[in-house]
Write a protein that binds this ligand. Structure first.
Ligand code: GLY
Length: 364
């Protein structure tokens, strides 16, 4: 495992990663005349006090709070942020400090980039999922028409500050949600990372700092080579094609599930698909599925749910020209993208998940 690295300037973004990142970022924040913090109801209560303590009397000119219990990333919430920015007299020399998980950094980035043709913003992810994924890479946006991330911009914060100090503010469900993205990162591109996670349980992990820094570095590496998701960046979607369908389907049924839980289910299905398309060591497939199962209980899906899940899959924005295009594992630690997969194999993978089947490959 590489050592946690603290400051990494990749124009136009500075990444400050690891313990003490908050304190180290102070200088960047001081460059602005006005600083406004965007929070949600949780980060207002649990993270803002930590931020203020670490920043030692840095002047804050206003706090805007959004409510993530209703209409998460909606245009109404964005209008609220624009209104508050206007009331607080935000101008071009103002910095919006996004302090929160993916909802705050996605919506805050969008609101900042569109207010008065763009004011600067900085992301301080407070959730594990934000630290290893959502806050990095310049995707900002809103949900629209019942679908996720339909409106938005690729636009970068001046700085992404990832300090594991905020992990202590998370409940187990949120921590587990981010853990799915950590597992994904190992599977698609980093065997060392995978080896440190394999067969662990998320609640027994001790070396969070190095895992977060390693995973965040991997994501930075991908997005700097393919900011606009024309190719390589698509590998980050491993587990997300079937995962998004499961997420939308179960949320529509009123179940309280997280993104990570759905991605974990999606990764089991998509590992199965990968194993059918590529030669894959049987023990590796078992290792992947066992590690996911060790952390994420299976959803109680039935075969009767499959047609509805296939309908949700059709909405997937990665679905091009009538073909499902997946990001899959060529082998452990190496992902490929834009792979066409037939409907029957997708259905089979969901059955594999529902039946808790063992892989059918010959023992190596
Ligand atoms: N969350 C996937 C990406 O940033 O591309």
């Amino acid at each position: 495992m590489k050592k946690p690295q603290l400051v990494w300037d990749i124009k136009p973004v500075s990444y400050i990663l690891g313990r003490d990142a908050l304190r180290l970022s102070r200088k960047r924040l001081e460059e602005f005349n006005k600083r406004i913090v965007l929070v949600d109801e949780n980060t207002l209560q649990f993270c803002l006090p930590v931020f203020e303590e670490q920043m030692e009397n840095l002047r804050i000119d206003g706090v805007i709070s959004i409510n993530t219990n209703v209409n998460n990333k909606s245009i109404d919430q964005t209008i609220h942020v624009w209104n508050e920015l206007a009331k607080l007299g935000a101008e071009r020399d103002t910095l919006l400090i996004n302090l929160g998980g993916g909802v705050v950094t996605d919506l805050g980035g969008f609101a900042a980039a569109t207010f008065k043709r763009g004011i600067s913003f900085v992301n301080f992810p407070t959730s594990l999922l934000g630290m290893v994924d959502a806050a990095i890479g310049g995707k900002t946006g809103l949900d629209f028409g019942g679908l996720k991330n339909q409106i938005g911009l690729f636009t970068n914060p001046i700085c992404v500050v990832i300090d594991p100090i905020f992990l202590k503010t998370l409940d187990q469900k949120q921590l587990l949600s981010g853990y799915a993205e950590l597992l994904k990162c190992g599977l698609i591109m980093d065997i060392d990372l995978w080896d440190s996670l394999e067969s662990q349980r998320y609640d027994k992990v001790e070396e969070w700092d190095s895992l977060i820094v390693q995973s965040a570095r991997n994501k930075v590496d991908i997005v700097r080579h393919d900011t606009f998701e024309k190719g390589l960046r698509k590998i980050l979607n491993f587990g997300h094609t079937v995962g998004h369908a499961i997420e939308s389907y179960l949320l529509n049924k009123g179940l309280d599930i997280t993104h990570g839980e759905a991605v974990a289910a999606g990764m089991i299905c998509e590992t199965y698909i990968s194993s059918k398309l590529y030669e894959f060591e049987c023990k590796r497939i078992k290792e992947i599925i066992t590690t996911i199962d060790h952390n994420f209980p299976r959803f109680n899906l039935k075969k009767d749910d499959i047609p509805a899940l296939m309908e949700f899959l059709k909405h997937d924005k990665k679905n091009k020209g009538g073909q499902y295009r997946f990001s899959l594992l060529r082998r452990l630690g190496k992902a490929v993208h834009d792979i066409e997969v037939e409907d029957d194999l997708i259905r089979e993978s969901i059955e594999f998940y529902i039946d808790h089947k063992d892989c059918e490959c010959e023992e190596d």
